[in-house]
Design a protein around this ligand. Structure first.
Ligand code: IMP
Ligand code: MG
Length: 174
């Protein structure tokens, strides 16, 4: 079976949007230090590009979470596979995610991080699929709103593949 990938968002458009987000974030955090939390693995590519476009001092930390993917169980149904290396208490924290789909992962994670007493806590996602939301999440910065299609590339995978594509695409079987 051949796999074809249809481009949904080309590389140039992603670059342009990341520059815009970087400028906006730099303006809103002016005079502060920003602590970015990259959610592994999907947001690595986005977080790296975004960090380069931010002009206030930036520190980075990483967290790996996995969802059990069973919607019939409550929103606490995610697992922390790798916790942060540093405390976030008193820091201006910006969580960087690749995509918000049902909102299950991030609604849980944001509540958990809030309990660690950051000075502020915001959320930035490259992609948002609002049609699929079952768990409400406050999203502060969105790269692109997309329709309900399964996308890959720019960090997003299908069975761990395609993360390295420089664009966002849709897998189409032929
Ligand atoms: P949520 O908890 O349903 O919001 O989704 C969380 C995770 O599901 C994301 O961080 C992705 O890892 C994965 N995911 C959701 N939609 C897609 C997609 O279209 N492509 C690849 N991964 C996705
Ligand atoms: Mg993810």
């Amino acid at each position: 079976m051949d796999v074809k990938i249809r481009v949904m968002i080309p590389e140039e458009e992603i670059d342009r949007r990341i520059r815009e987000l970087g400028a906006k974030i730099s303006q809103e955090y002016e005079g502060k230090e920003l602590h970015m939390i990259c959610i592994l693995k999907g947001s690595v590519f986005f977080a790296s590009e975004l960090a380069k476009r931010i002009t206030v001092p930036v520190t980075l930390d990483f967290m790996a979470v996995s969802s059990y993917g069973n919607d019939t169980v409550s929103s606490g149904n995610i697992q922390i596979r790798n916790d942060l290396a540093e405390s976030i208490e008193g820091r201006h924290v910006l969580v960087i995610e690749d995509i918000i789909d049902t909102g299950k992962t991030l609604s849980f994670l944001m509540k958990m991080l809030q309990e660690r007493k950051p000075a502020s806590l915001k959320l930035c996602t490259l992609l948002d699929k609002p049609d699929r939301r079952t768990h409400p999440v406050d999203v502060d910065y969105v790269g692109f709103e997309i329709p309900d299609e399964f996308v890959v590339g720019y960090g997003l995978d299908y069975a761990q593949k395609y993360r390295n594509l420089p664009y966002i695409g849709v897998v189409e079987n032929e």
